[in-house]
Design a protein around this ligand. Structure first.
Ligand code: NAP
Length: 522
């Protein structure tokens, strides 16, 4: 049994009491314990501010990029070991584990490249100068400088590797040290990555720290230059946003939370076309990858009345062939959920949705497993529901069930599809599949205000389309309302969270000289 330690102030420390257990999601066996009790989190915050921040700010973007490259390479070097841990602790199939671990190294590498293009500057120059007076003698300019605090990065259980890496990449690129706090239940992969970074001497002192176990009194130590970047449930987000110290000190907060992502099949979709196949493939992928435990997974599937029968039949066919069971087996395509609590939550959520929708496939009572004991692992079958009345399906539009589950709903026209999507009260990603440009444009314009990202699939891009659940470093990730109102990634945009945008009014040539020390973007 491993004991996960925290890495703070340049050393590893085990908690002194109340350890939480981390389990093998397939067998239920305890694998490790983690506790942050007794770890001086105030000292960690100060260490980051006093050591890590100055060290990072002294580096150029290109040098920060070199640091990110080493972090990426370190993960690649230990890839097989990390995949193995993700399969055990997270219940990931090998393919699911790659999605997380390769996503982590890939995002770090993408930001390493991005930093290289930003070159020798140490801060960002936002847009062009503007003339404020009668001549250019008096000018104005915006610059974005790194905040002089620590970036506290609290992550969800479903992407222990990618979650830590994507946040660290953005803050380090911007010039802020990070203090990572993964979700305790699946922290094994993140902890091992941190160990590897430390073992390989990749991180300068104070630039990266790690908490194994609960957040303890961490937020009580935050101040006005710090950033709190959170990914997790809306309920926890409410607590963090409302934390007295966070409010009092004006701590900069970014939230990535729940989402009831929609996929809209255009009324023009016909079986046998590339766009139809793309739609079916994407829905199946998003329902089953990581056993549906992705904040970007498709939860609501909108089809026209004419298209319902074929879509239902084809989804049923494809989902019925999924093999659920021990994710170590090559023939298994859907592993268990990550924790016992997660399974309880999914089954309870399914019951809520079943008030408005009938079970087409799967459901709460069925379990057919390959090589796994249903009494021990945290398994749920892929489940397709169908709500006969989309407008009255209140529960379906209100509850995110974080497992391999989606609900079919029928829409009337583009405006109705967009209005139904909006009932999710803000989402991370929506997708629309159609070769009718007028339809996809109208739906897009209806979906866009309610989503951080919209993917428009058509015959023209079917061969290279990236499923909507895949978050990419060059496009922003986040969404309004229920999704938290945050924004991460998207190249330079993701770095902005960790900077202070300052307007400068000064003598034009003085501003020009200042701007020459940074990197102009936007
Ligand atoms: P969670 O229960 O809200 O936990 C998220 C993180 O918050 C964990 O690290 C947890 O630590 C920590 N936490 C809990 N209470 C806290 C407190 N009082 N102070 C400080 N930290 C606290 O969420 P989850 O179950 O891990 O994740 C599932 C949810 O995350 C889903 O709703 C999903 O949609 C959402 N999610 C969103 C995104 C996105 O990018 N938008 C990505 C992934 C997941 P402990 O584990 O130690 O309790």
């Amino acid at each position: 049994m491993r004991t996960l330690e925290s890495y703070t102030c340049g050393r590893w420390t085990a908690g002194t009491s109340n350890p939480a257990s981390l389990h093998n999601a397939t067998t239920g066996e305890a694998m490790a314990t983690a506790s942050s009790h007794g770890v001086d989190l105030g000292a960690a915050v100060r260490f980051a501010r006093e050591r890590g921040g100055p060290a990072l700010r002294a580096m150029t973007f290109a040098q920060r990029g070199e640091l990110l490259r080493k972090m990426s390479d370190a993960i690649v070097t230990h890839r097989d070991e990390l995949l193995g841990l993700a399969m055990q602790n997270g219940g990931n199939t090998r393919s699911d584990a790659k999605f997380d671990v390769d996503g982590a190294s890939g995002t770090l590498a993408a930001y390493a490249d991005h930093c290289k293009t930003l070159g020798d500057g140490r801060f960002l120059v936002d847009g062009e100068p503007v003339s404020l007076g009668r001549s250019s003698r008096l000018s104005g300019q915006h610059v974005a400088v790194p905040r002089h605090g620590v970036a506290v990065q609290v992550n969800a259980f479903n992407f222990p590797a990618w979650g830590m890496a994507e946040k660290a990449a953005c803050s380090l690129a911007a010039g802020m040290p990070f203090l990572a706090k993964p979700a305790t239940a699946t922290a094994l992969v993140a902890w091992r990555i941190m160990q590897v970074w430390v073992e390989q001497g990749v991180l300068p002192e104070g630039v990266g720290q790690f908490i194994a176990g609960g957040a303890g009194d961490l937020l009580d130590h935050l101040g006005p230059q710090d950033v709190l970047a959170f990914t997790g449930s809306s309920d926890t987000a409410v607590k963090l946003r409302g934390h007295r110290r966070v409010l009092e000190k004006g701590v900069h907060v970014n939230v990535e939370a729940d989402s009831l992502n929609v996929a809209v099949a255009g009324p023009d979709l016909q079986r046998g076309t590339a766009t139809y196949d793309l739609f079916i493939n994407n829905v199946v992928k998003e329902m089953t990858q990581k056993a549906g435990q992705k904040c970007t997974a498709i939860r609501r599937v909108f089809v026209s009345a004419d298209g319902l029968e074929s879509v239902r039949e084809d989804l049923l066919d494809r989902l019925s062939t999924q093999k659920v069971g021990d994710p170590q087996r090559d023939d298994v395509t859907v592993g268990p959920l990550a924790t016992a609590q997660q399974k309880r939550d999914v089954l309870a959520g399914m019951q809520k949705l079943m008030k408005n929708a009938k079970v087409i496939l799967g459901g709460p009572d069925k379990l057919e497993l390959l090589g796994a004991d249903p009494a021990k692992g945290y398994f749920v079958m892929p489940t397709l529901l169908e709500a006969p009345e989309a407008d009255r399906a209140d529960e379906v539009h209100a509850h995110e069930v974080f497992g391999p589950l989606a609900t079919l709903l029928v829409y009337r026209d583009a405006a109705h599809a967009a209005a139904l999507a909006a009932r999710g009260e803000g989402g991370l990603v929506a997708s629309v599949y159609s070769d009718d440009k007028a339809f996809s444009t109208e739906v897009f314009l209806g979906l866009a205000p309610h989503h951080g990202r919209v993917c428009v699939g058509s015959e023209k891009v079917a061969g290279q389309f990236i499923p909507p659940g895949t978050v990419m470093p060059m496009l922003v990730h986040g969404g309004p309302g229920r999704a938290g109102g945050g924004e991460e990634l998207g190249g330079t945009r993701g770095m902005m969270l960790y900077t202070q945008r300052t307007a400068v009014q000064a003598f034009g040539p003085w501003l020009e000289a200042l701007a020459a020390m940074g990197k102009r973007v936007g």
